[in-house]
Design a protein around this ligand. Sequence first.
Ligand code: SDX
Length: 430
Amino acid sequence: MKKTKLLFDNNKEFEMNIFEGTEGEQAIDISQLRQNTGLITLDEGYQNTGSCKSAISFVDGENGILRYRGIPIQELAENSTFVETSYLLIYGYLPTQKELKTFSNMLTENSLIHEEMIHFFDGIPPHAHPMAILSSMVNALSIYYPTLYSEAFFSITFDLVCARLLSKIRTLAAYSYKNSIGEPFVYPRHDLKYTENLLHMMFNSPVKPYTLDPEIVQALRVSLILHADHEQNCSTATVRLVGSSQVNLYTSICAGICALWGPLHGGANQQVVEMLEKIRDEGLTIKEVIENAKSKDNNFVLYGFGHRVYKNYDPRAKILKQLVEKLFNKLNIEEPLVEIAMELEHAALNDDYFAERNLYPNVDYYSGILYKAIGIPKEMFTVMFAIGRLPGWIAHWKEMHDTIPFKIGRPRQIYTGATLSHYIPIEQRG
Ligand code: SDX
């Protein structure tokens, strides 16, 4: 085990181990730092701090690499299905045909939500944001499908809880969409596969049957695969932190959905399309937008650009851009937002400000445009991200629970407030 030393000016020193992962990443193990030196570390936004060891996905930000359980994302996008990729992430290996069929059947059998849950929607106003509904309804699953933490711990129960969640999130998402447009809910069908069923429940209606287009199904399936996991991003780290209190899986995932909604995270895909629409509607020039993005004097953010880890082109954005071009050609769609997005990307990638900061398009830059072409409304874009990310969240929750015992997450802080003072009765406060 490699080691390093902290040297103090009073000649004291403290030796620490250096942990090395399978891809050569190295970390200083500071687990004994405070008890041996009285010091803690401080790292806003955890930019240099690892919260755990994980074998689920690997991101090489400098080289634009993303692998799920060692398999490059490009190969999974090309050859896998979302259900198979979910199995890979959660159980750690590509399933045999028998295992995949069993898993797929469990998802089919668990696609309905308890009929009583539908009454929850009665009180939800049409203008409610689907992410608010989804987080509430996912947590409500723990009302109808009680999973005592100890029960969920055993594999048989975990498999059922996992299948229920993976399957029902589609139904809850589709119902929240139908609720927002005042249309009757469309039940899942047992003869449809995962992505087909999601589109069926969202777009089919008793008065206007929806025809599943294989190109659209494949485009959405690949997008779900691309969103399935991404190391310790904000929402995954949230799922682990909340899950570390030993609360059930549904509630831990509810926390992840809430974190994902933020415009700096998964909410960016909706912001990107709204930004492009604003450029189109206000007739802004690309030059004006780039200048706004570089200026510190305004709160304009070039959504869909930049990333904490990728200092190269996000490999997912590359595939999504190809999907957009392919689908638009296939469906013969004229979408001015695509032209604006590509012109904006070209201008940013050729601007020193962005080059110096290694700012490239991220997964959210083209995903919203793709969802728009499929007919998914803006408010549902981050819901699509949540459905895609769910297997990753479940995989991280399981990985943490498989390492028994695991510690509750509880960061420290450095206090900067008032030193000791005393209560002053209100009469003496003037
Ligand atoms: C996702 O972590 C994950 O893996 C997330 C994700 C996943 O799969 O889970 O990949 C999904 O959340 C993608 C990111 C979606 N968010 C956006 O598109 C929002 C726009 N991007 C920025 O807000 C920002 O780039 C972040 C939040 C993504 C990353 O922020 P960091 O790592 O904290 O970087 P920073 O804000 O400190 O920026 C460093 C510099 C700053 O300039 P200087 O102070 O050095 O002058 O880059 C600038 C920033 O102002 N910068 C941008 C910019 N993003 C960063 N300038 C203009 N436009 C931008 N989009």
